[in-house]
Write a protein that binds this ligand. Sequence first.
Ligand SMILES: Cc1cc2nc3c(=O)[nH]c(=O)nc-3n(C[C@H](O)[C@H](O)[C@H](O)COP(=O)(O)O)c2cc1C
Length: 134
Amino acid sequence: MVAPLLDELLAADVVLVATPMYNFSVPAALKAWIDQVTFPRMSLAGTRFVVVSARGGTYLPGTPRAAVEHATTYLRDFFDGHFAVTDVDLVAAELVNSIVDPRLANRRGDHEASLVAAEAEIDRLVAAHAAVSA
Ligand SMILES: Cc1cc2nc3c(=O)[nH]c(=O)nc-3n(C[C@H](O)[C@H](O)[C@H](O)COP(=O)(O)O)c2cc1C
């Protein structure tokens, strides 16, 4: 059961994790994957990790809920603590709920700006990786 997951992870040059924020953290399915591929003294140093996420609210540094962002910060801390990976790129599109929640309608522009910025960051990461691989 676990071997194919580990083989896939160990063979990767780049690991892309795409995840929503659920209840201030990561979805149970992603946590289940993490729990399957974690072994003591396992190092993936040299593997590049990219986390692309979406979340309903805003958790940027300086905002009221910054301290409860346990999704991307958890992944960053986990990759460092268990895989010895410090090279983690975190990209987040914020305020997705402004599309569906009338109480957040006034933040729709901030969501769209966040999405544009996230897409630009992804383009930058792709170009940087292509340059390294060439
Ligand atoms: C069960 C659940 C829990 C959520 N918890 C949060 C949360 O704690 N903070 C937040 O900002 N957004 C939260 N959201 C909003 C999602 O992060 C957002 O809608 C995201 O775009 C969902 O991506 P998906 O459509 O791929 O599931 C939650 C959504 C769901 C369904």
